[in-house]
Design a protein around this ligand. Structure first.
Ligand code: NAD
Length: 491
């Protein structure tokens, strides 16, 4: 299905204390990567609006903390039903602002809804624990909310990435402040409206539009106790340093440079589809996209399949657009530089034509670069586009040495039919997530999502079981009651 791009410019207001309202800060315009047309605008939230939002969240959270989890979960059930009802509408909106194909937009929202279903299931899990440690004395864990928490998200998943944290943080009893990407603020209006319709009390969920100034005011606010961040490594590190210097809990996910190890025994058809879809899906703008192909031994038949699959994609239908014109220029220049450095271009996305009627959009086709050197830009830098760099390797040890040399640590996959060789790659990969015959090894709920090294600052993961300790506090309680007398009035 083609993406329905909004015909009118949408005013992306802040959502403070349950009301949509204009910001008082800088005006920002939002254009669709599909056709370059203006589809939205907003006025950034200033420090005074951040203060108002956090104060309102602080008051609301004190009451929410006393609402039993089963009651909080009822709101999340309603939220899920509303998102499912509006699935298509939201998928069109998020795709038009981020450049995704409609099906990719829908899949991202559905993945976010899986996290919501995990949060709904928390009510049925044993989240604490109690043991009688000696006669009449017991110790127990109680999971409690932190208070007001904040989350800052990137452009490339306008619904899924925020949905990694919104349902879990709210279900655990926190109030939530969200700062969406200034490039993709449209989806936040739908999520805020859905939570209000679901019955979430005003103040518990606030949306603040803006950029750096808004982010800094949120992090610095004394009532914001925990900060989640997803975006580039440079900003992730800045947010982590700023938040932790103030004594806050911060989990900041950064960029990536993901590898796929292709072994000669891999099924060529499975590898062709899996690897092509990994680097071309979302036009390569995802932190789990394959970026480097470590081709071990004789795998030219497999590479032929990757080229066939990638070159069959139609821009605007099977593969979406790039977020900005500047990013298209960066990708073109990175391909030029790789070519000058001796890369053989097996598939050249620079030659791709924009889809009819979308000539003003931001387009580049799938690009496959062969004979890349391990220390070069194409091997080390996150390009964030539909480009894959092939490095020829003698054996698995050679391949994994190259994989280990990159700063990032999100994902690594291997394509093989051998369990023993797959196991070797799993053990040697310097990443938080590993795949076997899977091009995009995103764990499904209840398994957690998260990388290591320069792909994540902070401890724990952002979803699943390993996120619960981030979005809550554990109170340790030791209880001793005096032994009751048999004649006591209570008996
Ligand atoms: P970005 O770092 O430019 O922006 C992310 C967020 O930070 C946005 O909300 C933005 O407004 C804010 N921001 C930008 N500059 C800031 C500053 N100076 N101070 C404070 N806040 C600032 O990232 P992006 O371009 O929107 O997203 C793409 C990046 O995100 C890629 O590097 C990608 O790998 C990464 N990403 C990582 C994951 C993951 O799970 N590790 C998931 C999705 C995207």
């Amino acid at each position: 299905m083609s993406v329905k791009i909004p015909a009118q410019v949408i005013n992306c207001q802040n959502f403070i204390d349950g009301q949509f309202q204009n910001g008082k800060g800088e005006k920002v315009e939002v254009t669709s990567p599909y056709n370059g047309k203006k589809i939205g605008e907003f006025m950034s939230a200033t420090k005074s609006e951040v203060d108002a939002a956090v104060e309102s969240a602080y008051k609301a959270q004190a009451l929410w903390a006393d609402v039993p989890m089963k009651e909080r979960t009822k709101v999340m059930f309603n939220f899920r039903n509303i998102l499912m009802r509006d699935l298509e509408e939201i998928s069109h909106l998020k795709s038009s602002e981020s450049g995704k194909c409609f099906e990719e937009g829908k899949a991202g929202l559905l993945k976010g809804i899986e996290v919501l279903e995990f949060a709904i299931a928390l009510q049925n899990m044993d989240l604490g624990g109690r043991v009688e440690v000696s006669r009449g004395v017991s110790c127990e864990y109680r999971r409690e909310p932190i208070g007001v928490v904040a989350n800052i998200t990137p452009f490339n998943f306008p619904a899924m990435v925020p949905m990694w944290t919104i349902p879990i943080a709210l279900t655990l009893g926190n109030a939530y402040i969200w700062k969406p990407s200034e490039k993709t603020p449209l989806t936040s209006l739908k999520i805020a409206a859905a939570l209000k319709e679901a019955g979430l009390p005003d103040g518990l969920f606030q949306v603040l539009q803006g950029g750096r100034e808004t982010v800094e005011a949120i992090i610095d606010h004394k009532h914001v106790k925990a900060v989640g961040f997803v975006g580039s490594t440079k900003i992730a590190k800045m947010v982590y340093d700023r938040g932790t210097a103030l004594g806050k809990r911060v989990l900041a996910l950064g960029g990536a440079k993901n590898h796929i190890v292709l072994l000669p025994d891999a099924n060529p058809d499975l590898a062709g589809i899996g690897i092509s879809d990994s680097f071309t899906g979302c036009a390569g703008q995802r932190c789990m996209a394959a970026s480097v192909l470590l081709a071990v031994g004789e795998v030219d038949a497999h590479i032929k399949k990757i080229i066939e699959r990638a070159s069959s994609l139609t821009l605007g239908k099977d593969m979406g657009a790039i977020i900005t014109k500047a990013q298209v220029e960066f990708l073109r220049s990175a391909i030029d530089r790789a070519e000058k450095a001796g890369a053989k271009i097996l598939l050249d996305g620079r030659k791709a034509k924009a889809p009819a009627g979308m000539e003003e959009g931001n387009w580049i086709g799938p690009t496959i670069l062969d004979n890349i050197q391990p220390g070069s830009e194409a091997a080390q830098v996150e390009l964030f586009g539909p480009v894959i760099s092939i490095i020829r390797c003698q054996d698995i040890t050679h391949a994994m040495k190259i994989e280990n040399s990159v700063d990032y640590g999100n994902a690594c996959s291997v394509f093989t039919q051998s369990g023993a060789l797959a196991e070797k790659v799993i053990k040697m990969a310097s990443t938080g997530m590993v795949g076997v015959n899977v091009g995009v090894p995103v764990p499904r709920e209840p398994f957690s999502f998260g990388g290591i090294n320069a792909s994540k600052f902070g401890h724990g993961d952002i979803t699943g079981h390993h996120s619960l300790d981030f979005w809550s506090n554990i109170k340790k309680v030791t209880i001793k009651w005096e032994k009751q007398n048999d004649n006591n009035w209570m008996s």
